[in-house]
Design a protein around this ligand. Sequence first.
Ligand code: ZN
Length: 454
Amino acid sequence: MSLKIHNTLTRKKELFVPLDPSHVRLYACGPTVYDHAHIGNARPVVVFDVLARLLRRLYPRVTYVRNITDIDDKINERARERGVSIAEVTEEPTRIYRQDMLAIGALPPDQEPRATEFIAQMIAMTERLIEKGHAYEAEGHVLFNVPSMADYGGLSRRNRKDLIDGARVEVAPYKRDPADFVMWKPSDDDTPGWDSPWGYGRPGWHIECSAMSREYLGETFDIHAGGLDLIFPHHENEIAQSRCCFGTDIMAKYWMHNGYVTVEGEKMSKSLGNFYTVHDLLEEWPGEVIRYALLAGHYRAPLDYSKQGLSEAKSALDRLYQALRNTDELESEPVVSDAVLAALSDDLNTPLAISRLHEMASTLNKSPNAATKSNLIGSAELLGLLGDDPEDWFKRGSSDGDLDDAGIEALIVARATARQTKDFAEADRIRDELLTAGIALEDGSGATTWKRAR
Ligand SMILES: [Zn+2]
């Protein structure tokens, strides 16, 4: 099956032809770790996790790199406020980030480099760009000289005049050109830094990804991914540094960008009180519900995240799990259906792939058969869904929390005993008590199963 992806470089959906079909290489920009990841940070993680799963299915070897930015002015500021090192500031958010992303079904990338471990490589690239006349030192800073690159701006399609007129660039007296951007900046005694040929200082953000992608994926690689907000300046400047440093025509052959996320119809912000962190959402919802809601729309479209959307995702997953639960007795091995593979191979059309899962579930409910069940499980696995045991899924939903699984099962046993002794009033009372706690019972042949009804 041929894979097509939308390439931001050309603004077109293109056939994916890897540079080396025996080894596909993918880089996605990761988080800056000073706070819990919000739902906007989680979207690229989930979307490009599906891409990595798909590439692994289509090609013999895939290297997926997703970095962690652990040096940044916001991190430095927190460290100063709290009187601790930046390593101490980033340790906890990094741990929670990894844990939360796993909880929403994102497999760990093959490499997860931390920026502070690659300072030497960043310095080496910066030196080389100075030697080649693409960068210069000024007052302890090193700046990339934008006019030195004839085709700068190809990804964002902005020319130098737009950049300057739009006042999107920081004006500083030491810049030769207003569009020039920082690759290295000086640190004072209170700010973290490293020794460099230009004095004690720290790297700019863009050079981090240029150096880390080069380290693991080479001077050119297949796909560079990230959120739409990174196209300019971050990705544009990564391209400028990498291409000018290594003298290549491309940095990555394909650039993929996911759309913006709003929450309850509005831009997410702490002051509006609609700042959803994955960590908080996981208190209320299974990780798979959060994941499903992120994949329910096409990755390039804007996505509005809402409580309503999460409820719908929960109900939709209940329907899929119910189909598996109903066909409990059928043996099945995971097999990806051609229809789901076709949907994902068409620029990661996850909403279409998900609707195919629901078609399979309907078929399974009407005429149980092992082949459809295999397709449902295998296809869902490619999307990172339905990995739970159906019984466990229904027991996991949200209830009032007073009754744990053991408590529920003890009541079910008590009810069965009451029925055996023909104390039907007591049996009914227990059923009502469970129902009030949000637990629905289903009496099957010989055994009673239960699920959390809300
Ligand atoms: Zn990056």
